[in-house]
Ligand binder design. Structure first.
Ligand code: DGY
Length: 322
């Protein structure tokens, strides 16, 4: 039987590309160039499966006509860059990669908390610039993370993993807001108190970490009101999606000192990072690297292929979304 034709939109870890090339008639992207919307539209007409990632926008118009693609195997857990309803209407199954990146993304959330509270990026810049003239009792004074209150917005897998690290590693009190109730067994071994609103969490927490999905109703969810509630001692961390924050409102809050600082791994219009953010000392800026470990990226690629294998074998697809 002829192998299924699949397109992988970006360069993947070697072992995953080798598996894809072995099991499929696979078009790889060894140059790692971002595909244009026209190329993505063309791909949906000519491949049985397309494997995009967060840098590919699959909007409703791309699903018009009668696409050949039957399954979209997204490389990533977040899928707000794919119009899943339009895909479904075109008879296409969409899958993602949950679970395998939970630990690494939670680790980056903790990294950002420490960097923002302890001003480590400022310190690193000082040393690299050759500007450090020795130890001083009053130099680069930050704020202690241990024992503070962490507010989690979006108590899913990654939110819970972040809370566990903060509580068990840093003795932090954990409060959270989640639209739906979280099953108590998922919180086993964690002392976490639910609050009734985002603002209530922001008002009480020293550090707020965002873990809700992007897109839809969540767009701009963290705006002036939440930032005002967080207050001048508060720090905001985002490893979720950039669009959940009203970015201009965050910039104003950081500029005016309405909040202490922020740690960001994601941005509203990636890879664009506003000049106004880059000019600020009280924000830590990472290049969307929450899942960027060899172990995790390889596990993500294999999970995409597991989903495709199941789909084409007519088995239940493990990670279908929507
Ligand atoms: C994810 O898995 O959602 C990462 O942010 C990359 O898309």
């Amino acid at each position: 039987m002829a192998k299924h034709r699949i397109l992988i939109t970006r360069k993947w870890p070697e072992a995953c590309e080798a598996r894809a090339a072995r099991d499929y008639d696979a078009r790889l992207n060894t140059e790692d160039a971002v595909l244009s919307p026209a190329e993505l539209a063309e791909a949906l007409q000519s491949y049985d499966a397309v494997c995009p990632t967060v840098t590919d926008s699959l909007s409703a118009d791309l699903f018009a006509g009668d696409p050949r693609t039957r399954v979209i195997g997204n490389f990533g857990v977040g899928f707000n860059h794919i119009d899943v309803a339009a895909a479904r209407a075109a008879g296409i199954t969409v899958t993602n990669t949950p679970g395998v990146l939970t630990d690494c993304t939670a680790d980056i959330a903790l990294t950002l908390m420490l960097m923002a509270m302890r001003r480590t990026a400022e310190g690193e810049r000082l040393v690299r610039a050759g500007g450090w003239d020795g130890w001083k009792p009053t130099q680069l004074i930050g704020s202690k993370l241990s024992g503070k209150t962490l507010g989690i917005l979006g108590m899913g897998r990654i939110g819970i993993a972040t809370a566990r690290r903060a509580q068990h590693g840093f003795g932090m009190k954990v409060i959270y807001y989640n639209r739906s109730e979280v099953a108590p067994e998922r919180l086993a071994g964690l002392e976490a108190e639910r609050r009734g609103s985002i603002e209530a969490v922001c008002a009480e927490a020293d550090v707020v970490s965002l873990h809700m999905p992007g897109g839809g109703d969540n767009t701009g969810m963290i705006g002036a009101e939440a930032l005002a509630a967080l207050g001048p001692e508060g720090v905001l961390v985002n490893t979720a999606r950039g669009d959940v924050i009203d970015e201009p409102a965050l910039i104003r809050a950081l500029q005016s000192g309405a909040i202490r600082g922020a740690g960001l791994d994601v941005y509203a219009e990636e890879p664009h990072v506003p000049e106004a953010l880059r000019a600020l000392e009280n924000v830590v800026l990472l290049p969307h690297m929450g899942s960027a470990t060899a172990e995790t990226r390889e596990a993500m690629g294999h999970m995409v292929l597991d989903n495709l294998d199941a789909f084409f074998a007519g088995r239940a697809v493990p990670n279908a979304v929507g």
